[in-house]
Design a protein. Structure first.
Length: 438
């Protein structure tokens, strides 16, 4: 049987889904992060990766022919030439790059997606300024890139979804002159940026070590990956311009399928390439992490059942755990607004859910105002898709059909990517960009 494996490394844990040629699930397993700090540690990612592989039944593992991995967007790290991390990971929402904004704006073109405190490029600038590096070659990688390396052994390969926020141009599939000129003009450090493949394109076969340790077929290939939100979109069933996917995980991520590419750094909006179409969207720091800060999963379920979704709470929050948001307000200094807090937890939760729904509406209104497709339907992925009260509240605000995605697991989307991928080796951009020692 020809099986495909999708691996998702998200904000709350890692998951694996194996599908057959008819897109039917044959096996699945998951690995939860012990705490928010553990997600910063690459050795924890590695442990999760190997645990997921081990937990897939042996007879299933032997039939896997292709693997694709998704990771959180703009989660990055530096590795040495052996692939060993030399820094902890800077996560998707790490905003220390705010200190580099003036320099970033002097390098990147106006209105570019990298002009954000949490972009991969902002984090690269921060690392160059703050990490002491010896006179050797280092590799700047995203989460999915490094995890892929553990399977195929080719260091320094990424996909054009993950490198968008590094400055890669997904329109003409190349690193643009402004980035290469900056990279080549830096003195005293040697950092290599990734070679770039199309998501789903074959990078290489699994290594002999992986074959021996996990019983995978030596013919199994590892494909170019993607980000977790794009994998969730692929899994959702959305396929027509105007259809959108809201990922309600720890954060709130919007993706609207459009024939028009829209990039506007002022609002934290950027477009990912998806074949001949564009996924226009942005990511807010509001979402499930805020809800879980105040309520357990059991409380969220029980209290939500006591909320009438057709009645307004009268509360107006901007739910964040700490200052700073990326979209629809791109402001690293934006303060959370969580008062007044009612004594009744049902009323407080009602206000939080409505406020997140208003941020979602504001996001889609902004996308449409900037010439993306007109919103016609919203699929929901992530943990929030399981809450029917939240879905009804969001549908009231959005004014379009709002439903649970066909499949809500991003790992399922990555499995589809692996199945449909190009089985010929092919890089979207051949040249590797380096910061050259002088």
């Amino acid at each position: 049987m020809n099986l495909s494996l999708g691996l998702d490394f998200g904000t709350s844990g890692a998951r694996a889904v194996v599908i057959d040629s008819n897109l039917q699930v044959k096996a699945q397993t998951q690995y939860a992060w012990e705490n928010s700090e553990s997600n910063k540690l690459p050795h924890v990612w590695q442990k999760a990766l190997f645990s997921l592989l081990n937990n897939i039944p042996e007879n299933i593992r032997q039939q896997i022919q292709a693997i694709a991995i998704d990771g959180t967007s703009a989660t990055v790290l530096l590795c040495n030439s052996y692939g060993k991390p030399v820094t902890e990971a800077l996560l998707y929402n790490d905003s220390r790059g705010v200190a580099m904004m003036d320099k970033l704006k002097s390098i990147a073109p106006d209105n570019h997606p990298v002009i954000s405190a949490t972009s991969s490029f902002a984090k690269l600038l921060w690392l160059l300024e703050n990490i002491s590096l010896s006179n050797q070659t280092y590799y700047f990688l995203h989460q999915a890139d490094w995890l892929g390396f553990l399977l195929h052994g080719k260091l320094g390969v990424s996909d054009y979804n993950n490198v968008l926020k590094l400055g890669y141009d997904v329109g003409d599939l190349s690193y643009r002159d402004w980035l290469t000129n900056f990279v080549n003009s830096e003195v005293g450090k040697s950092i290599q940026l990734p070679e770039v493949v199309t998501p789903g394109a074959t990078v290489g076969n699994v290594t002999t070590e992986v074959v021996n340790n996990f019983g995978l077929s030596p013919e199994c290939v590892v494909c170019g990956g993607t980000t977790d939100s794009i994998a969730a979109f692929i899994a959702s069933g959305a396929n027509t311009p105007g259809e959108a996917v809201t990922s309600l995980g720890s954060t709130l991520v919007l993706k609207l399928l459009s024939r028009t590419r829209v990039d506007d750094a002022k609002y934290g909006i950027y477009s990912h390439r998806l074949g001949d179409l564009w996924l226009v969207g942005g990511a807010s720091n509001t979402g499930g992490a805020v809800l879980r800060h105040f309520f357990t999963d059991n409380e969220l379920e029980s209290l939500s059942k006591q909320i009438d979704p057709n009645i307004k709470s009268g509360l107006d929050y901007y739910p964040l755990l700490e200052k700073g948001d990326r979209f629809p307000i791109n402001d690293p200094e934006l303060l959370p607004r969580l008062t007044p807090r009612p004594e009744n937890p049902v009323v407080f939760l009602h206000g939080l859910l409505e406020s997140i729904a208003r941020i979602e509406l504001r996001g889609y209104e902004l996308l449409q105002a900037l010439s993306a497709a007109t919103l016609t339907k919203v699929y929901t992925a992530g943990g929030g898709a399981k809450n029917p009260t939240f879905t009804e509240i969001r549908a009231r605000y959005l004014g379009v059909p709002t439903m649970k995605a066909v499949f809500t697991d991003a790992a399922y989307g990555s499995a589809i990517l692996a199945k449909r991928g190009n089985r010929e080796l092919g890089f979207a951009e051949k040249s590797r960009v380096s910061i050259i020692d002088n």
